[in-house]
Write a protein that binds this ligand. Structure first.
Ligand code: ASP
Length: 363
């Protein structure tokens, strides 16, 4: 869920290339709350349409799974979504008796990945894991070649992950107040990295700019793994990213930490105040994750996948890793198709209104 006081000030927008950043971020002005959802080209999605769709027969559903399963991630390997996906995939492999391989298909805010899975055979061998971006995509990308509510079967929600506002290690600021002062004094030079339009890093970074009423140059990457690499190399200045990726780098002192995006503090970073607590009123970003299969995947297959997801989320190794990385396992009732679908529908509704009111689109 992303919540924030509705923005009222101008906002910079970006035009994402959806390729590893060349640091050639372009500047542009974008109206406040709107900014989360600014313009850029979405060209590649249509290329994946037209794949043959063959459903599993009842007999095949009974013996499912009889070969490896692919779990598609819409962002680069090594990033926060990928980290969640790989933890779950490893544990689900044990339950299902078949390997679940993670396949990274970054680009266009994970909509290329979403389209790939929407058009895949509904046999349970290609799945999708995605975050809040599944809810922003239908409004943000008007030519979205798939429908998140109609083109998928729902396996369940998985984990909720807070974000952190971090900066390069040699940034002159040492706390949020100093960061905001430094940004305002150096506005023309400051780079804010993200994972492209529709990424939560983009939404979080946009809310940050709105809240401090400042426009920054944004630099899009294929995921926040390469964005963080750029931050560690001192090539970009600031990044808002999930704790699942940032905590090890925070602990190692490789980046500066300015606050967490939950309203209160989190167990994994008990000494770090939230941005809300430090004066950015009502700043709140929590990243939820859902797992999906193509529409028409037989119910018995979905039931096996939901059971495997639930047992992964109970797996002590997964639970410890998620806890250490600041993530919270969603309640069991939400780890179901009935827990995911209405949540996605409500989020689509919420973000659709904001995006349409803004009139700013990715395509
Ligand atoms: N953290 C990314 C985002 O902003 C996604 C990723 O690279 O996992 O959406």
């Amino acid at each position: 869920m992303i919540q924030s006081t509705p923005p009222t000030t101008g906002e910079r927008c970006e035009h994402s290339s959806h390729s590893p950043a060349s640091f050639g971020a372009r500047r542009g002005v974008l109206a406040a709350a709107k900014a989360a959802l600014s313009a850029a080209a979405l060209a590649a999605c249509a290329a994946l349409s037209g794949l043959a769709v063959l459903s599993a027969s009842p007999a095949q559903a009974q013996t499912y799974p009889s070969k490896p399963i692919i779990l598609v991630v819409g962002f680069a390997a090594g990033g926060p979504t990928d980290i969640v996906a790989r933890s779950l995939a490893q544990s689900m492999s044990k339950t299902l008796g078949q390997v679940v391989n993670v396949d990274n298909r970054p680009g266009a805010g994970a909509t290329i990945a979403g389209n790939l899975v929407a058009k895949a055979a509904p046999d349970g061998y290609m799945l999708f894991i995605h975050h809040n971006g599944m809810a922003t995509a239908p409004a943000l990308y008007r030519k979205l070649p798939f429908n998140p509510l109609n083109d998928f079967e729902f396996i369940g929600q998985a984990v909720d992950v807070p974000m952190t506002l971090i900066g390069r290690a040699d940034l002159p600021a040492n706390n949020l107040t100093e960061l905001v002062a430094w940004i305002k004094a150096n506005q023309q030079k400051v780079n804010l990295a993200n994972a492209g339009l529709g990424a939560v890093s983009h939404l979080c970074g946009t809310l940050f700019q709105q809240t401090i009423a400042t426009d920054l140059t944004t630099v899009p990457f294929n995921g926040t793994a390469p964005a963080l690499t750029a931050l560690l190399g001192g090539h970009v200045d600031v990044l808002c990213d999930q704790t699942t990726q940032t905590i090890p780098h925070i602990s190692a002192g490789k980046v500066k930490l300015f606050g967490v995006t939950t309203k209160g503090r989190i167990g994994a970073l008990p000494n770090t105040p939230s941005l809300h607590e430090q004066g950015l009123r009502d700043f709140e970003v929590v990243v939820w994750h859902g797992m999906y299969a193509p529409k028409g995947t037989p119910k018995p297959v979905i039931e096996k996948l939901t059971a495997a997801l639930q047992s992964a989320l109970k797996d002590p190794e997964v639970a410890k890793r998620m806890k250490d990385l600041g993530a919270e396992i969603t309640p069991v009732a939400k780890q179901t198709p009935e827990g995911l679908r209405p949540h996605l529908a409500a989020e689509i509704d919420k973000w659709g209104k904001v995006i349409r009111a803004a009139g700013q689109y990715a395509d």
